[in-house]
Design a protein around this ligand. Structure first.
Ligand code: NDP
Length: 385
């Protein structure tokens, strides 16, 4: 039997490493044909050796040169264009999109143009350019496969259901580490505290997004674009245990849910083998041990990012792209101790208010809105100094 040929964008990150972990369990069914990252060339070299991969890419050109010097047998593509060249060079069956941020958008578009299946963890491209990505996928006749656990849950619940039977989606949110904090406590949160998520081990950007609930706001976009729904059909419910990964309410009042231990390898494996399921040795869910499952409404005053995401989504045009870029900048500044935790929503809101929207029809429009946001926020910092 032919093995599925897989290329991983963001191989050195949390999702990338867990994807390799899953692939390692099925050497007779899955073959890694390419690995790409930003600058962690040492880990990329190890991964290439372990999975007998001969073609890699690094966006950071200096890191790419170091890797090429260190491992002369490897074909190393470099720079942002290298992320697209490696897809053309390896012709994979499936591209796992696990870069963090909007930097993942161009290679996703290349993969779709090449009619590769795309398993999507990288959510920012769907926030900033959902229409472009989904149009490119349908033009290529490619189904996007979700990796994000909540979106995978919806995807799994919808199997066999007709699109018009969906009344609404209930996305569950762990609530992050600060769900029970007062507004005064939230004002004093440090980067170290924000990076300590209670149920999921993830990269720094998405961990901070989980703490502000912007991550859940982004998942509203993912759900809208993946399943062709309206924003008002998508609700968020706080569920601290992260066992129910999301729910679908159908037009007859039935509610379907997907449950599992909080382990990203499950949705990753589902995407890698879709539409099939394969047995594995991962720990099983023990509901008696879990004991109780709780659900609550999110507090919009303590977590304004959820409201900002929804408003930007409903306003459309370039607002979602600005939302995404402002969040990328604000989270990076928070991680560098340049701003406080609650400055993240404040700066995003200010940026959205100042933005003069325009329609987003192509990649150049996305880049223009993204750049406007970075320039605007750069000016704010300069003024503060
Ligand atoms: P990490 O920060 O752990 O990893 C990011 C990966 O992307 C690394 O391989 C990094 O390379 C690479 N990368 C970053 N910037 C660039 C760039 N400009 N060009 C090329 N490669 C780049 O992130 P996660 O794995 O946690 O998250 C990845 C995506 O998946 C995000 O969009 C996140 O929201 C989403 N996601 C993550 C989940 C999780 O559990 N982690 C769950 C659901 C969704 P290098 O190591 O060299 O810097």
């Amino acid at each position: 039997m032919e093995r599925k040929r897989v290329l991983i964008l963001g191989a050195t990150g949390s999702i990338g490493r867990q994807t390799l972990d899953v692939i390692g369990n099925y050497p007779d069914r899955l073959q890694v044909v390419g690995l790409a990252a930003n600058r962690n060339w040492e880990l990329l070299a190890q991964q290439a050796q372990q999975f007998a991969v001969s073609t890699v890419a690094l966006a950071d050109e200096q890191a790419a040169r170091q890797l090429a010097d260190y491992e002369s047998q490897l074909q190393v593509y470099s720079g942002n264009e290298g992320l697209e060249q490696i897809i053309q060079a390896t012709s994979p069956d499936l591209v796992v999109a696990a870069i963090s941020g909007l930097a993942g958008l161009p290679p996703i578009m290349t993969a779709l143009e090449q009619r590769c299946q795309v398993a999507l963890a990288n959510k920012e491209p769907l926030v900033a350019a959902g229409q472009l990505v989904t149009t490119a996928a349908s033009r290529a006749g490619v189904q996007l496969l979700p990796i994000d656990s909540e979106i995978s849950a919806v995807f799994q619940c919808l199997r066999g259901e007709q699109a018009e039977s969906v009344e609404k989606i209930l996305l569950t949110a762990s609530g992050g580490p600060f769900a029970d904090y007062t507004e005064v406590q939230l004002a004093e949160v440090t980067a170290e505290q924000a990076l300590d998520h209670p149920t999921w081990q993830m990269g720094p950007k998405v961990t901070v997004d989980s703490a502000t609930l912007m991550n859940k706001g982004f998942e509203i976009f993912e759900t809208k674009w993946m399943f062709g729904l309206e924003f008002d059909q998508i609700e968020v419910v706080i569920h601290h245990q992260s066992i129910v990964h999301s729910l679908v309410q159908l037009c007859d009042g039935s509610v379907l849910a997907q449950l599992g231990r909080p382990d990203m390898r499950l949705p990753i494996q589902y995407a890698l083998f879709y539409p099939n399921r394969r047995p594995n040795q991962f720990d099983r869910l023990d509901l008696v041990e879990v004991g109780s499952l709780t659900f609550a409404a999110p507090d919009p005053d303590k977590f304004p990012c959820l409201r900002l995401a929804r408003e930007a989504g409903c306003s459309g045009q370039s607002y979602p792209t600005v939302l995404n870029a402002a969040d990328e900048v604000a989270v990076a500044w928070f991680l560098q101790d340049k701003i406080e935790f609650m400055d993240i929503p404040r700066l995003i809101e200010q940026t959205l208010e100042e933005h003069e929207p325009f329609s987003v029809n192509n990649l150049s429009d996305v880049i223009a809105a993204d750049q406007w946001t970075r320039d605007y926020l750069g000016q704010i910092v300069a003024d503060r100094r």
